[in-house]
Write a protein that binds this ligand. Structure first.
Ligand code: SF4
Length: 342
């Protein structure tokens, strides 16, 4: 017989409280058990004499007491957007930095990036602040400010050596994400972009759980055109639907290659099944646009520069401006709120 995984937990249970860990009981629950995760577990009359009593009495109960503190801390952030991808390598973090730079081109906007890719933080490098560290004041942790109106927070800033591997299990990752949200002084901010690792893991559950009360505008899902990437995007969209996260739309990244010299366009990743546009139609969610592959985007990220400032007339920049406008439309914002008027 083929080996099988443990029976999965109920999706709704995990999504409603991913941080809750059911107490490990030493005996089966008796007939009149009030429930090992209930408020009265271990203390109810019916618990008397139960071998699990001490375990149940000391197990954490109820909603996370830090949620109100997170909600208060983020009360000055007008819009929170998750950036998701089903698969790694589709340019999600690159897209996050491009979106942040695009929002920040309007000097009226204050923009933040929260890098929750704890095991592979790449945002600091892409934003040119890799060597920075976090400043702690009485008000909390200060984000690292890339520009006057663009701040970043990442685990990278806490590592003594940028090549150190971060080998953390779920609870520690959850704890750090909570701290990012609870202790970072984001202040008055127009947009907070939350860059998440690929897939649907602990980090997604934590972010969703912690931000539920303070409200998330929605998620932008990044993909590349080929079916192998779209397969995982379907799962990501399913996750969002189960978690009650509005999907603002799909962005197709690396959608064709435009030669910077001759502007000839060629397809590197073939959209064999119709790409992001067809998937958006199939899943009944908005298609936010397609951004072509441009080696100068990678160069800008390597040097920590704004692609918008460096190559404002490139086809990729034009495509990105359209994507930003579409994101804004889905958030119910006027275009001039996002980008300065042309
Ligand atoms: S101690 Fe109470 S809550 Fe825990 S298993 Fe026994 S009866 Fe159930």
């Amino acid at each position: 017989m083929a080996p099988s995984l443990e029976a999965p937990e109920s999706v709704q249970d995990v999504l409603s409280n991913p941080l809750k860990s059911a107490p490990k009981l030493v005996a089966p629950e008796p007939e009149h058990c009030p429930g090992p995760e209930s408020e009265t577990a271990g203390k109810a009359d019916s618990c008397a004499g139960c071998p699990n009593q001490a375990i149940c009495a000391s197990a954490p109960k109820g909603p996370d007491p830090d949620i109100p503190a997170i909600t208060a801390r983020l009360s000055g952030v007008k819009h929170k957007v998750l950036i998701l991808s089903g698969k790694g390598g589709v340019g999600k973090s690159t897209f996050t930095t491009l979106l942040a730079h695009a929002f920040a081109t309007n000097p009226e906007n204050t923009v933040g990036i929260m890098d929750t890719d704890i095991c592979g933080p790449s945002i600091p490098k892409m934003m040119g602040v890799e060597e920075e560290t976090i400043h702690v004041s009485g008000a909390g942790w200060s984000p690292v400010w890339v520009m006057e109106n663009l701040g970043v927070m990442s685990v990278q800033f806490m590592l003594p050596n940028r090549n150190d591997a971060v080998i953390w299990r779920g609870p520690k990752k959850n704890g750090l994400i909570k701290q990012f949200l609870k202790d970072v002084e984001w202040g008055e901010m127009d947009f907070l972009l939350v860059d998440t690792p690929p897939g649907t893991s602990d980090e997604h559950l934590s972010v969703n759980s912690f931000l539920k009360e303070s409200g998330v505008d929605g998620a932008v899902v990044v993909t590349t055109p080929q079916e192998v990437a779209l397969l995982d995007v379907r799962k990501e969209i399913d996750f969002c639907r189960k978690a009650g996260i509005k999907v603002l739309g799909i962005v197709e990244n690396m959608s064709g290659f435009v030669c910077p010299k001759c502007t000839h366009q060629s397809q590197i990743f073939q959209a064999t099944t119709g790409g992001g546009r067809a998937l958006a139609k199939e899943m009944k969610i908005p298609f936010l646009g397609a951004v072509p592959l441009d080696p100068r985007i990678g160069m800008a990220c390597d040097y920590g520069e704004s692609f918008f400032d460096a190559w404002p007339d490139s086809p990729a920049c034009t495509a990105l401006r359209e994507v930003v406008k579409r994101v804004g439309e889905e958030m119910g914002l006027k275009p001039e709120t996002l980008l300065p008027e042309d």
